[in-house]
Design a protein around this ligand. Structure first.
Ligand code: C5P
Length: 230
């Protein structure tokens, strides 16, 4: 079951390193996350490599631009053949609607399933003080719920949310809204720079559909043993 619920973050900057991780982990995991570090280092080859292993890609580039540009970028994400990608919910309702529209049009044209589109609500690095400096006078939790509601209204499939936000989002957005949760750490492992962590078990109990994990597995001496423990 964990095979389909755990997304591995491929946070490396060479195809060689990516290949090493895929060699080790692809027999055990279905979805791999290609984020800014890998994509901006290696480009579309990083996506193609995951697909060569018959695995699915979560393209984590957090689009945030005017609606027309995000519409075009979403079409490009479909052309890459990714399984999932994301946009910043703070880009607004119109921008998110255009992401869905672009992805739908391109998927129809190519005769493929539309990728799942997630909204990034409030970055987990932002707290109340940091939000206030950007002009938002709300708690992070309230702003997360506000943006999750907007993402749902725009037709997005779900959101990326920290372990602390899962329960409130599940309650307000319902059971069919995907919740993808980073900041997950197996019991006894380092938190690294993640501030609010939960174990995989806790994240799923709270209602996460997928968990995203990078360093606890990719930097482990024996990544497969770590996976087995999870
Ligand atoms: O190594 P670690 O398990 O901390 O990796 C978590 C991954 O999830 C990283 O790729 C990070 O960029 C991403 N992420 C996160 N927190 C967010 C959004 C994305 O940790 N709020």
């Amino acid at each position: 079951m964990i095979k389909d619920k755990l997304i591995i973050a491929l946070d490396v900057n060479t195809l060689k390193e990516e290949e090493r991780l895929l060699d080790i982990l692809s027999p055990h995991v279905q979805v791999f996350k290609v984020g800014m570090e890998l994509f901006y280092s290696c480009g579309a080859k990083a996506i193609d490599l995951v697909k060569k292993y018959d695995k699915d890609v979560f393209l984590d580039l957090k689009f945030h631009d005017i609606p027309n540009t995000v519409y075009a970028a979403s079409k490009a994400a479909v052309k890459f053949g990714v399984y999932m990608f994301n946009v910043h919910a703070s880009g607004g309702l119109e921008m998110m609607k255009k992401a869905v529209e672009g992805a739908e049009e391109e998927s129809e044209k190519l005769g493929v399933a539309r990728p799942k589109i997630l909204g990034v609500t409030v970055l987990t690095s932002m707290d109340k003080e940091a939000l206030k400096k950007t002009g938002i006078n709300k708690s992070a939790q309230d702003q997360v719920l506000n943006l999750a509601g907007l993402a749902k209204e725009a037709g997005l499939d779900g959101v990326v949310a920290s372990p602390e936000e899962i329960i409130a989002i599940r309650k307000s957005a319902g059971k069919d809204f995907l919740i993808v949760t980073p900041g997950v750490r197996p019991e006894g492992s380092e938190a690294d720079d993640q501030k609010r962590v939960a174990t995989p078990k806790e994240a799923f109990q709270r209602g996460a559909d997928y968990i995203v994990m990078g360093r606890p597995i990719t930097k482990a001496k024996d990544p497969v043993k770590m996976l087995e423990a999870i």
